[in-house]
Design a protein around this ligand. Sequence first.
Ligand SMILES: Cc1cc2nc3c(=O)[nH]c(=O)nc-3n(C[C@H](O)[C@H](O)[C@H](O)COP(=O)(O)OP(=O)(O)OC[C@H]3O[C@@H](n4cnc5c(N)ncnc54)[C@H](O)[C@@H]3O)c2cc1C
Length: 520
Amino acid sequence: MTGANAERKPNSDIVIVGGGSAGTLLAARLSEEPDSRVLLIEAGEEAADPDIWNPAAWPALQGRSYDWDYRTEPQAGTAGRVHHWARGRLIGGSSCLHAMGYMRGHPSDFQAWVDTTGDRRWSWDELLSVFQAIENHPLGGDGIHGKGGPLPIHLPADEVSPLARAFIEAGAALGLPRLEGHNSGEMIGVTPNSLNIRDGRRVTTADAWLTKAVRGRKNLTILTGSRVRRLNLEGNQVRSLEVVGRQGSVEVFADQIVLCAGALESPALLMRSGIGPHDVLDAAGVGCLIDMPEIGRNLQDHLLGAGNLYAAREPVPPSRLQHSESMAYMRADNFTAAGQPEIVVGCGIAPIVSECFQAPAAGTAYTLLFGITHPTSRGSVRISGPELGDRLLIDPAYLQTGRDRELFRQALEAARTIGHRDELAGWRERELLPGTLNNAAKMDNFIARSVITHHHPCGTCRMGKDSDAVVDANLRLKALDNLYVVDASIMPNLTAGPIHAAVLAIAETFARWHRETLQS
Ligand SMILES: Cc1cc2nc3c(=O)[nH]c(=O)nc-3n(C[C@H](O)[C@H](O)[C@H](O)COP(=O)(O)OP(=O)(O)OC[C@H]3O[C@@H](n4cnc5c(N)ncnc54)[C@H](O)[C@@H]3O)c2cc1C
């Protein structure tokens, strides 16, 4: 626990629930106003494990004490498999566990947000200054990328693996444009991935935003090891929060409450508080106070096929970055056509396979990962009971639509097309997976057994102007006056690539609106 006044019952102007990617940014931005007392409540502790800052160690962090380590329901679309979902439970949240890839998304992704909200603040053009404010990018100042923002973006050059270089050459020979990162608005092409790494070390959102100076602000209190169990309502307001921590249960009062607990725990907290779908709350034994059928629904996630595996002709040197060094975004029918990406092929500098397959020894093989950018399958998250210990029922409904399965087959074809090109001949001894697949059913079967999460759950408190949407374009929960949701859960649809940059843009957009509107 940090912060001088955290021992006693705090009374704040603003309470932020969850000190993850969105919550840490918001804590810094909302406490810029000295008269505004901000309390950040985080279930986990401060980040301390030195491995967090070692980029290559990121897959090994999963399952440690600061990972929520969720399990999905068995997935019919993936051969009945249960998928492990990592989420950070510490200050910095999932930015302490993630793979550090930084991709804003494609302009069309955000047009869909404008269409659903009727609000142009969510357009690519309007978000440009928001992304720029976040970033410290080597190309910053060119009118597209940001300069001097809190979050460093690294464009790898010399450290890129020779295998990833050959992969990029193969994509370019296929006709894909060579890009300088994925963040210019043009995503179709090949490039090393842009990463949140500085001087060889991961930069978490806590490193970037909760600096010593920010933590020293008198009006900011950070309460760790404390989990918000439920919100207590009075009329159209949240009156107080019930917080369970080391000192037992305390009631916390605030004028405004901002949920930043992430795509799983924000809807779960609402449901435990009696706000959500009537049938789900009934089944969980929670009295329904406000029936909002869409809370917990619209769950989306990216999958990656793991994968199109090759035995290497010569030893593959370990990645000097974070194993997934380059992603090629493409159209599905005509791989090199321009526009919004539909599929992706990534170069894994390691033999990466799902638990259904045996991974060869490190250094002897490599994987081309493959996936689709805009799945149409929609799942849900539900609570199973009223208590913090009651399991979340997570059903992403993976690969439930024919369109998703068809695009996944095309993504596998794209991986094999790149994987068999001459530019990779120096690395390729032979293809190990999937082997011969001579019909769609066999391809579907391989895909179902090979896919793993790309770790991008979102959409469970979606924003929109329709009556079913959970939050409005200002991210206010529609049924209440003083409750906001600001995290991955409000995304109406996935962006084409990894979503962290979009989550930060959501938080920065809210911070600007908050300053202009609520603080004035
Ligand atoms: C393994 C992994 C790899 C990933 N790789 C990438 C990548 O390379 N690039 C990319 O763009 N994205 C990546 N992502 C996704 C990205 O990290 C997340 O989408 C993003 O961090 C989500 O931010 P958030 O603020 O919504 O939630 P989080 O960052 O998860 O924050 C939620 C916080 O709320 C806290 N909390 C939850 N419930 C409560 C409660 N009741 N009371 C108090 N606190 C609570 C949690 O402990 C957590 O700290 C990855 C994610 C993971 C897990």
